[in-house]
Design a protein around this ligand. Structure first.
Ligand code: FIX
Ligand code: ZN
Length: 372
């Protein structure tokens, strides 16, 4: 076997711990999204379809029901064009994994296939096909539908860990007691927020992290509603100043920070911050960074600057089936980056070394931070 083949084999076999998704355990009922209509109405694809079919206004698109939206996306991005973008290639990978034709002229066969699936068996099959052992959800108690599930006392599937999302909760009048209450109810593995610029979080957040020994995740660089007509597909990116992150890490050495940045231009700066502060863990290639070319480049850079002490990727999946493509595609990019670094070693790595590194990068380090 060549070095590249040995690395691919180890990366393919390593169990994934997915540090950030928007998935819900089956106990959350209709919040657990799966199937071809959900796949095709993913906001990444909505943005691409409205670009490819500019005569359809966003308002006209969102006025259609979900199946009609999916039909339009299929026609614009898969029938009239080849699925070359990463989001479209992902749908093709998922359909192919289920033995469906990614070049079909309509969605009849795919819809019939998903209609026959039972949710419990589907969850098992997707996790197995994706090689995912555990994942983190995004749990926002200000969302009425989600809140109702937590308040009913539901216990999620133990592979789906809670992550308490603060984007809206931070506006609470009595944040400290809201945090206590939701930490007790959800038992989250970390607290999280996505921001445009880094600014110090409210004191109650850092206090809660300390009191409960929970990491604080910051997702930096999103500019919300750059084009509000597109809804969740309308968010953009800007480069952030990482000096406030250095201060935060320096001032709070007893708090662990999980950090990802959305701008490619921030990737290098975040590696430098992480070299200075062991309490900062760079994770994932987020959203506009989740492209094979950028994952390979980013993983190479992180390996060169940090060694295997970071989490190369998270899926950010919103639809269960996306786990299959997001992780299949990512594995290829990570294996390529790892192979290139091994090629730089004067003595080739043993199989045991390759396996150890692959396991740490794909799930070991994320699992330690998640306590999974
Ligand atoms: O803030 C986030 O967690 C983002 O990932 C989402 O807001 C975004 O819509 C998304 O799904 C990106 O992948
Ligand atoms: Zn996300």
């Amino acid at each position: 076997m060549t070095l590249a083949e040995r690395v691919s084999k180890a990366v393919d076999a390593a169990p994934i711990v997915d540090l950030h998704t928007h998935l819900f355990a089956p106990q959350f009922g209709a919040l657990n999204l799966w199937g071809v209509d959900e796949l095709l109405t993913y906001h990444y694809l909505v943005a691409e379809a409205l670009r490819a079919a500019p005569k359809v206004t966003p308002e006209a698109f969102f006025a259609r029901d979900k199946a009609a939206q999916a039909d339009l996306v299929w026609e614009a991005l898969f029938v009239r064009r080849s699925p070359l973008s990463e989001a479209t290639a992902g749908v093709a990978t998922v359909l192919d994994a289920f033995g469906l034709d990614p070049a079909a002229k309509d969605l009849r066969e795919a819809r019939a296939f998903f209609a026959r699936r039972r949710v419990e068996e589907h969850v098992e099959d997707v996790l197995r096909l994706a090689g995912v052992a555990a994942l983190a959800m995004t749990n926002d108690p200000t969302d009425p539908a989600e809140r109702a599930v937590w308040e009913s006392g539901a216990a999620p599937d133990p592979r789906f860990h809670a992550a308490l999302r603060l984007d809206r909760l931070v506006a609470s009048n009595d944040l400290a007691s809201e945090l206590d209450r939701w930490i007790a109810r959800m038992r989250p593995r970390y607290l999280a927020i996505s921001v445009n610029e880094v600014s110090p979080p409210p004191r109650a957040v850092l206090d809660a992290c300390r009191a409960h020994d929970l990491p604080f995740a910051m997702m930096i660089g999103v500019r919300r509603a750059v084009n509000p007509r597109l809804g969740v597909a309308g968010d953009g990116v800007s480069t952030a100043d990482l000096v406030p992150l250095e201060r935060l890490a320096a001032d709070n050495p007893d708090v662990r920070f999980l950090v990802t940045t959305l701008a490619r231009e921030n990737t290098h700066g975040l590696c430098v911050v992480a070299r200075k502060f062991a309490n900062v863990l760079p994770f994932g290639c987020w959203w506009f960074m989740n492209n094979p070319s950028l994952i390979e480049e980013t993983t190479m850079m992180r390996l060169e600057m940090l060694g295997p002490t970071f989490v190369p990727q998270h899926s950010d999946a919103r639809v269960l089936d996306q786990l299959i493509y997001k992780w299949r595609h990512t594995r290829r990019s990570i294996a390529r980056a790892l192979t290139r670094r091994y090629e730089a070693m004067p003595v080739p790595p043993t199989d045991a070394q390759i396996e150890r590194d692959a396991r740490a990068l794909m799930g070991g380090i994320a699992g330690e931070w998640l306590g999974a």
